[in-house]
Design a protein. Sequence first.
Length: 256
Amino acid sequence: MAVIFYLSGSGNSLYAARQIADRLENCRLETIGSYLRKPYVVQDEVVGVVCPVYCFALPPVVAQFIEKLQAKPNYCFGVVTIGGNQGRALKQMSEILAAKKIILNYAQTVVMPDNFFGIPLEKRVKLLEEAEPAIAKIVGEIAEGKADVSAVKEAYLWKLFGTSASWWYLKNRLKFEEMTVDATKCISCGICAEVCQMENITIVDGKPAFGNNCASCLGCFHWCPQSAISAGKLTLDNNKRYVNPNINLRMMKGEE
């Protein structure tokens, strides 16, 4: 029995998690938000965590999840999708797990299109093509139970300064956590609420209302067909929207 817990906004991490799950026996996928809403003792022998990197570290909600995780797996792996630099994300994952007496047996990164910075279509296509063999290698190594934590590296710059400075800029200058919707663009489709893995969005009078439990995954931001959602000063037009082309809405909602 195996389980992969994941956080995914634009679908990159979900795609990687699905590829891994397909090769593991009796493996299920579960969102990190789902576990946080209803924690339980995980009985699976194999436990994996797949998520993006935020500000050169683990997304805060993923760190919170690992701290609350109740499990004693025989094999534990972590895979992070990155736009270019993981910072100390895997080191952080290893440290939190170690504090819970869980050994991280395997860890790796995979470069995929960043969903924060607008990336030209040509570069997205190239990154996705290059990601395929990297993911296939990771899938094979996890399937055979390989032990390899060479990707777990300390990065003192990010630990002491970089991550906190990045978050300060996002929160205080870009007002990144202030999610709003342009009512003139919104068509009341409800997709934003459907893809929110934290169940932080409710539809009120046909428009999204944002709660206080946002994971900053930008899922609602990118999946909105009208580009009606803004994250503070961060706005988006249809040319810069990015969702992984191998992932559809049914997959994001866990229905496929």
